[in-house]
Design a protein around this ligand. Structure first.
Ligand code: SF4
Length: 381
């Protein structure tokens, strides 16, 4: 069943590493809410039915800047055009510097049942380096406040391999975070995206990226520590306690459909991927003219679908060989025989129960392995 992604494009301060579309000029938040409601109406006017959706995700930007009253207007609009399943997973991304109990209680009353809190680190100098607006105390308090407001599904994001970070630093963050038992932890390696201040600092020599060995050592530490603490690593960067996986992301990773609204949002419906303009003025202008703010779209080819399946499958719980072979009319093992044998021998991959999956050691090299697997498809179309 499809999900819905909503992109809220405002932040109090821009973080140095952030490549998401967000702006710090808040003067247009009211106009944005109205445009978003109009966009939802414009899009759904073209649908013949009222689709069922099983996940709803407000990301950004900083959607936790929204007051419950503002969120309510958008939810009401969505409810006019979509059927929410009873078991709807409804997530709002929260920046610890923007929440208070009354706001979270308001969210909870509106049906939000999952918070995704951007902790990132519990070390002041690391938070400062990342340009985050919150302190370690505020980060931990955010989890407590979420619990007090009635949330029993709380996810936290952390970032590792910040320049200069040592294993003892990530150990400090994890040990303190684990005392709060978040239901889910997403642990991302800091990336240096082109065009970000962080990337520019690296180019000018002001900041030095950690060596690959340090990256690997820290990732292994994160993975081991969370697994030892009973978290299941169900995707390279995602860990869950008591089976509380992020169903919204699982839908992406399983190649499921999702509607998307808001500037820069990407959707995937009926085999077509589409993306909205990454520019607020353009977004406003088009919606004002009753046009969808879509910048581009593409129908995925069979080859793209296969590559996506390989990438997402290997990052998650493995590739179902029989299913893929049938769907794409190939013999996936045969076309990559040599590579698979090598990876299996090096204990980076395992093949059992008709599932080809990366081991925890293999997760460390997932990007490289996926690239090689896709290149190995040769002329398969
Ligand atoms: S709070 Fe999140 S979306 Fe906003 S600038 Fe920082 S990383 Fe980007």
């Amino acid at each position: 069943m499809p999900g819905i992604y909503i992109h809220f494009p405002f932040c109090i301060k821009k973080c140095c590493y952030c490549d998401f579309f967000s702006i710090t000029d808040m003067k247009n938040t009211g106009k944005f809410n109205k445009s978003l409601i109009n966009e939802i109406g414009l899009y759904t006017d073209k649908l013949d039915s009222k689709p069922y959706v099983s996940t709803l995700f407000f990301g950004g930007g900083t959607p936790s800047l929204m007051k419950p009253e503002e969120l309510e207007l958008i939810i009401n609009e969505l409810k006019k055009h979509f059927n929410f399943t009873d078991a709807l997973e409804f997530t709002v991304e929260c920046n610890p510097g923007t929440i208070e109990k009354s706001k979270l209680e308001g969210y909870e009353q509106l049906g939000v049942n999952r918070l995704s809190i951007g902790i990132q680190s519990l070390i002041p100098k690391e938070l400062e380096f990342l340009d985050r607006i919150h302190s370690p105390e505020e980060a931990l308090k955010a989890i407590e406040t979420g619990r007090e407001a009635g949330f029993d599904n709380i996810s936290t994001d952390i970032i590792f391999s910040i320049p200069g970070q040592k294993v003892k630093d990530i150990q400090y963050t994890l040990e303190n975070l684990l005392k709060y038992k978040p239901n889910h932890i997403s642990a991302y390696n800091l990336t240096f995206e082109k065009g970000t201040p962080l990337y520019n600092s690296m180019q000018s020599g002001k900041v030095r990226k950690n060596d690959d060995e340090v990256d690997a050592e820290i990732f292994e530490y994160v993975s081991d520590t969370l697994t030892d603490a009973a978290y299941e690593q169900y995707e390279v960067s995602n860990f869950t306690l008591d089976g509380m996986k992020c169903r919204h992301n699982l839908n992406y990773w399983n190649g499921g459909e999702y509607f998307a609204f808001g500037p820069s949002a990407h959707g995937y419906i009926n085999g077509t991927r589409y993306w909205n303009h990454r520019n607020l003025k353009k977004y406003f202008d088009l919606v004002e003219k009753d046009s969808l703010p879509v910048e581009g779209s593409e129908v995925l080819t069979k080859r793209q679908l296969l590559e996506e399946k390989i990438m997402l499958g290997l990052r998650c719980e493995g590739l179902n060989i029989e299913e893929i072979n049938k769907e794409f009319q190939i013999d996936l093992i045969a076309v990559n025989q040599e590579l698979i044998s090598l990876l299996t021998k090096d204990k980076l991959m395992e093949n059992g129960n008709q599932k080809l999956r990366l081991t925890r050691k293999g997760y460390l090299l997932s990007d490289e392995i996926i690239t090689k697997m896709c290149a190995g498809l040769g002329s398969v179309e």
